[in-house]
Design a protein around this ligand. Sequence first.
Ligand code: NAD
Ligand code: DAU
Length: 330
Amino acid sequence: MKLLVCGGAGFIGSNFVRLRVRDHGDDVVVLDKLTYAGRRENLHDTLDQVRFVHGAIEDPDAVADAIEGVDAVVNFAAETHVDRSIADPDAFLRTNAIGTYVLLEAARAAGVRFLQVSTDEVYGSIEEGSFTEESPLQPSSPYSATKTGADLLVASYFHTYGLETVICRGSNNYGPYQYPEKLIPLMVLNALHGDKLPVYGDGMQVRNWLYVEDFGRGIGHALAHGAPGEVYNCGGPDECPNIEVVERIVSLTGNDASLIEHVTDRPGHDRRYSLSSEKLRALGWEAQVHFAEGLEQTVAWYRENAWWWEPIRSGDYREYYERQYGRALG
Ligand code: NAD
Ligand code: DAU
């Protein structure tokens, strides 16, 4: 297939591009704005095998250039960090809502299949049981509200224009090349440096952890076998409270639990996410990596790839970290 992968220089997008080029021999065009979270380094071993277009999904000219001759569009491009959306939602609306609209228009003009990469956060929080694709959409943060808006727009293009759309909603991903603003890489890098580990509130919030390659395979399944207009959940095999995730990282890095510091909770913090993935399983997908194994591999990857994270830790990320945690951690 010839795929346009938007946001292919980010965490999940770059792992997906690697998987498609390596295992499927796909011809891939990457369209990416290269925000703080998008880096050519994420594609260091694959960049020479793809066509890279540096541009924004909300720019119709860049999109028209990138979409030329492709069979399908897979949209990962987004502002993705909940804490940043709370501090400043502006870019979230532009990219996640307007950007998706511009891409949908281009896919409609080109008549190609459109896969929207979405998130379990569109359903909000669930105390018990798991969300199915029929669960109501009740997003809590500006991030998840813009992702929900995008999902509704995608659905409208199926109903109104007959565009072949598929939505794939993933749970919390982890693995190599994840920007260290997110829980797991933040804790791993802090632990490797002997820095404090800032746990929001009581740390009993639960996430449904999905190894990034499992999500990439799930998206591939939904793209190849999903029915037009349908939504497919793609959840990880294991759930874990945040405090236990951090304790496991403390132990895998040979540290002491005294590094853990409970800090002020995130406003509007969702207590628990959990996805039922029966519908995607019926298409033949199954998660292959359990959390214990995937977390060990992920810690090892960060240990062995200082070349990847050193420039991040010494760059703009420091300012972000100061703003987000400086006061709480003294
Ligand atoms: P990320 O922040 O690591 O990467 C986002 C990528 O999008 C970056 O390469 C960035 O440069 C690019 N981008 C941002 N704005 C853009 C724009 N206007 N035009 C073009 N490119 C732009 O994000 P991620 O964690 O890899 O998430 C990818 C997708 O998966 C997102 O749509 C997110 O909502 C979804 N998702 C993420 C998770 C998770 O746990 N991280 C789980 C489920 C779904
Ligand atoms: O569920 C899928 C979503 O997962 C994606 O749609 C989002 O793009 C992605 O960012 C992620 O959102 P979360 O808010 O769940 O992930 P984050 O890594 O920011 O936080 C995970 C949990 O850890 C959450 O309960 C907040 C908590 N946390 C996070 C950070 C960064 C802490 O306790 N301390 C921290 O410093």
